[in-house]
Design a protein around this ligand. Structure first.
Ligand code: NAD
Length: 251
């Protein structure tokens, strides 16, 4: 079966690495990002390497953008049977009593409403094909509370709840849904391995492997999860072991 993938937040970081790996494996890839230039840059790199990709400018929190995105993929490549809900934003980084309604709505829109919008549209189509693979990017902050990150933490917990429920509802139709929980990854949102700031030093000292993941390592996990038919509803932590010991919240 032809594999047609949508990867959101694919203009940078984990999504870009995933889109490139998928294309190298012969998948047709929709590189979806709110940043048009970033989506086009990654798409051009894929095409230059001999792969097939299309850049789609889309705010994943907006219903009409998501519908337009899926229509464009269908017209270009066919109905998508792989969906990587990866776009995400951090913050707001202050206490619950200081978080504004606008900040709360923004992070919930991008990090969790997007999962609903794409899954709501694509699940019936995947059911018709008898095949579908969904991977949702959560976080280690989807597993624990973290002072100063309430909205982000809540959305990443919600991603896991959504993942498990989709897995339970749709597994009978040949559709799997899994979650990835990265620890610290070398992206704009994460930390840099070679950075010398106090935050990064603390992350490195608290991570048992004393390292920060590359986006490619997370992309390898995405590949694994779309290729394994018996992985369903799983929550896959890739964090160098930082969540294995107490004190993580002090980072
Ligand atoms: N980097 C880390 O340390 C880390 C850790 C845990 C979880 N994550 C999660 O991994 C995912 C990818 O993050 P990353 O580290 O690659 O970050 P990144 O900032 O490098 O990439 C995120 C991409 O998402 C895009 N995006 C943001 N809002 C969007 C929107 N409304 N619509 C469409 N695209 C949008 C951005 O433009 C960007 O290209 C996120 O869900 C993030 O929460 C990252």
């Amino acid at each position: 079966m032809e594999r047609i993938a949508i990867v959101t937040g694919a203009g940078n970081g984990i999504g870009a690495a995933t889109a490139k790996k998928f294309a190298a494996l012969g998948m047709k890839v929709a590189v979806v990002d709110v940043l048009k230039d970033s989506a086009e840059r990654v798409t051009n790199e894929i095409i230059a390497a001999g792969g097939q990709a299309i850049a789609i400018s889309c705010d994943v929190s907006i219903k009409k953008d998501v519908e337009h995105c899926i229509e464009t993929v269908e017209q270009t490549f066919g109905v998508p049977n792989i969906l990587i809900n990866n776009a995400g934003i951090g913050g707001p980084f202050h206490r619950v009593d200081e978080v504004t309604e606008e900040e709360f709505d923004l992070v919930f829109g991008v990090n969790i409403k997007s999962v609903y919008l794409f899954a709501h549209n694509l699940l019936p189509k995947m059911k018709n094909m008898g095949f579908g693979r969904i991977v949702n990017t959560s976080s280690i902050q989807g597993l624990y509370g973290s002072p100063g990150s309430s909205s982000y933490v809540a959305t990443k917990h919600a991603v896991i709840g959504y993942t498990k429920t989709i897995a339970a509802e749709w597994g009978q139709y040949g559709i799997t849904c899994n979650a990835v929980c990265p620890g610290y990854v070398q992206t704009a949102m994460g930390a840099q391995d070679d950075a010398v700031d106090d935050y990064t030093k603390k992350v490195l000292s608290m991570t048992p492997t004393h390292s920060i993941a590359s986006p490619e390592e997370l992309a390898d996990m995405m590949v694994f999860l779309v290729e394994q038919p018996y992985m369903n509803g799983s929550v896959n932590v890739m964090d160098g072991g930082i969540t294995c010991h107490v004190g993580i919240m002090d980072v």
